[in-house]
Design a binder for this molecule. Structure first.
Ligand code: ARG
Length: 459
């Protein structure tokens, strides 16, 4: 297949080199952005009289026909092409004839590929943000349908204190919100027009970069042509935001995997979102959640691969950078897919409300008892010690705290009365919390309606 650079070569490229250097099977995903960029470029060439108005129109017509094919899903990558830019250039030549050869005026594939990737990343940010909103909505839905449910909260995977299930779920809504914010901030640095930088130094032709920026809706034009073709930090930043998001999703997946086991018994997966075992007829496996948990490894790995690939590259463009697209595409596509299956999977989770009290016992309220003593004027260290001793005594006698006699208790502290012991109740424990951001039910209810309103506005 013909190349965009054959002129100074006297020999045909070895087919092994062609195969090795080709990126079409990865970068075909850029086809639409490549054509959109070329349409803007062709319009600019006409407006600046670098090509005639008629030539510009013809280029735009040909490119628009290719764009329609792509949009209708009728365009396929040609395995023999070096890359997507080359394939589209050749298709344009077939469609509009020799005038197609004027399209690449004042442009290099170096600024073109950066433009295409920026357009891809910009759209990816929107798709990813929508995906995040979907998962947030499911979490809020699940939380608001189970406002009363109290479960143990864990540290070190040991039961620690009673919390509202809704509070646990809303923690993930907060994390995902920061991911959405990071995506939005990354968008600002993606949204810079590299086109017009040429191979690296700019061009002698009278181009109008601002006009191209306006057509492609870029608020800014890259200030340095070398930077524009050499750096990929905008894409690295996106992959890094995705790594953070993937880690959040993997933790959410892990919590749901644990919760859906019979040992925890907090939720059960809907049949439509669970998978079976080929051997064990009774199994209902959380494969979807496990794949999401494992995916974080791939995405964090891609970030490392990307950093390592960029490190130490001399300015400006180097072919090493062709690897960037595989890493970006895989990270984006896997994340979009994970978000879009996770949203319905969460929405259809069933909470096993009836069995939850089995997970709770009064010892989870030990800190509440210590804080009660603090309110009676006992220093916290001492209160901690008193409650510790009471727990040890109860354990020795094989009873619960509430079963200890009044004298056994008041021997430890005069404040350890029946009223004091009334705080040893998981429901009361969450109700008695009062600090801002705590699991207190009215605070959680306020947080829920704040999220519901917020997410409705994002529709
Ligand atoms: N396929 C190349 C890439 O992805 C396009 C840029 C090629 N530029 C070059 N000077 N060989 O990076």
């Amino acid at each position: 297949m013909s190349k965009m650079w054959g002129g100074r070569f006297t020999k045909r490229t070895d087919p092994r080199v062609e195969r090795f250097t080709s990126s079409i099977l990865v970068d075909y995903r850029l086809a639409r952005y490549d054509v959109e960029g070329s349409i803007a470029h062709a319009k600019m060439l006409g407006r600046c009289r670098i090509v005639s108005a008629a030539e510009s129109r013809r280029l735009v017509q040909g490119l628009t026909r290719i764009l329609r094919l792509i949009e209708r899903g009728r365009w396929t990558p040609d395995r023999s092409a070096e890359d997507v830019h080359t394939q589209i250039q050749q298709e344009l030549e077939r469609l509009v004839g020799p005038v197609a050869q004027k399209l690449h005026t004042a442009r290099s594939r170096n600024d073109q590929v950066s433009l295409d990737l920026r357009l891809y990343c910009r759209e990816a940010v929107s798709r990813l943000t929508m995906g995040i909103r979907g998962v947030q909505r499911s979490l809020v839905h699940l939380a608001s349908s189970h406002r009363e449910a109290v479960i143990p909260g864990y540290t070190h995977l040991q039961r620690a204190q009673p919390i509202l299930l809704a509070h646990h779920l809303l923690a993930y809504v907060e994390m995902l919100e920061r991911d959405a914010q990071r995506l939005d901030e990354a968008r600002g640095r993606i949204d810079v027009l590299p086109l017009g930088s040429g191979a690296l130094a700019g061009t002698t032709l009278p181009i109008d970069r601002r006009y191209v920026a306006k057509l492609l809706k870029f608020p800014r034009v890259a200030a340095n042509s070398m930077d524009a073709v050499a750096d990929r930090d905008f894409a690295l930043e996106l992959v890094s935001v995705l790594a953070n998001l993937a880690v959040h999703l993997s933790r959410l997946a892990e919590d749901m995997i644990l919760w859906s086991s019979d040992e925890f018994g907090i939720v059960s997966l809907d049949d439509a979102f669970a998978t079976g075992s080929s051997l064990l007829p009774q199994k209902r496996n959380p494969d979807v959640l496990e794949l999401i948990r494992g995916q974080a490894g791939v995405i964090v790995g891609n970030l490392t691969a990307f950093f390592t690939m960029m490190k130490g590259l001399p300015l400006s463009y180097n072919r090493d950078m062709q690897w960037d697209k595989r890493l970006v595409f895989e990270s984006v596509e896997a994340t979009v897919a994970a978000l879009s299956v996770l949203a319905p999977c969460l929405r259809h989770l069933k909470v096993r409300t009836a069995g939850l009290s089995r997970l709770l016992d009064e010892s989870l309220c030990a800190a509440d008892l210590a804080e009660y003593l603090v309110q009676q004027g006992v220093a916290f260290r001492q209160a901690h010690e008193i409650v510790g001793k009471a727990l040890a005594l109860a354990e020795r006698l094989g009873v619960t705290l509430r079963r200890l006699s009044a004298s056994e208790l008041t021997r430890l502290s005069p404040h350890l009365t029946r009223t004091a012991l009334a705080v040893l109740n998981p429901r009361r424990s969450v109700e008695r919390k009062r600090s801002e951001g705590s699991t207190n039910p009215s605070q959680v209810a306020r947080a829920l309606s704040r999220w519901q309103r917020y997410l409705r506005r994002k529709d």
